[in-house]
Ligand binder design. Sequence first.
Ligand SMILES: CC(C)(COP(=O)(O)OP(=O)(O)OC[C@H]1O[C@@H](n2cnc3c(N)ncnc32)[C@H](O)[C@@H]1OP(=O)(O)O)[C@@H](O)C(=O)NCCC(=O)NCCS
Length: 187
Amino acid sequence: MTGEHAGSSIRLETERLVLRPYFDDDIPALVTLAGAREVAATTLRIPHPYNEQNAREFLAQCREDASLGPETRFAITLRSDGQLCGGAGFRLDPAHHHAELGYWLGVPYWGKGYATEAARAMIRYGFENLGLHRIYASYLSENVASGRVLRKIGMKREGLLRAHICKWDKFHDLEFYGMLRSDFIAG
Ligand SMILES: CC(C)(COP(=O)(O)OP(=O)(O)OC[C@H]1O[C@@H](n2cnc3c(N)ncnc32)[C@H](O)[C@@H]1OP(=O)(O)O)[C@@H](O)C(=O)NCCC(=O)NCCS
């Protein structure tokens, strides 16, 4: 994986993926892929239903954030043909030198190891390029695939908040995982 800083044109490259900032041309694919009920069902910040206006607002927010600090939101695209297949991002808290990692893949791209590959690239970017001290992530406890991704990238389980999230009129436990810079360096 390599990361290049070039203003907002930073790209994180892995064996099969390129993570890059979003472009307006991504809007139709975003609406289709992020708009799937299966994707919204286990995420906390993707509205559902998801329309073109939601995508435009999201892209505007990404650009505003990137104008104020480092790039933190990436489109996950296939290296082979440039197709958008998902998204990954950090919510930075500079005061504490930490960030929350989030990611999603479009349903047709599940089960191919892409989330793991993208999350690994984000971890490396966070520690090596952003100088973070800690990266953490959380997921609804029934989202076993997400838990598997976090364990595969080397995060440690830190705890569970019982019935912490009310999603679509149902309460869900929230699992917390994290990694310190020292964990990353130790490999
Ligand atoms: C969670 C998500 C990102 C996983 O993406 P993905 O590209 O399919 O993940 P990967 O292929 O890298 O890894 C998934 C792992 O979970 C495992 N897995 C998937 N479904 C599973 C299930 N029902 N039970 C047990 N393991 C499961 C896979 O086998 C794989 O592990 P393995 O490599 O050991 O076989 C994807 O399902 C998604 O986008 N879901 C909706 C949005 C979301 O939940 N985002 C995360 C919010 S915290």
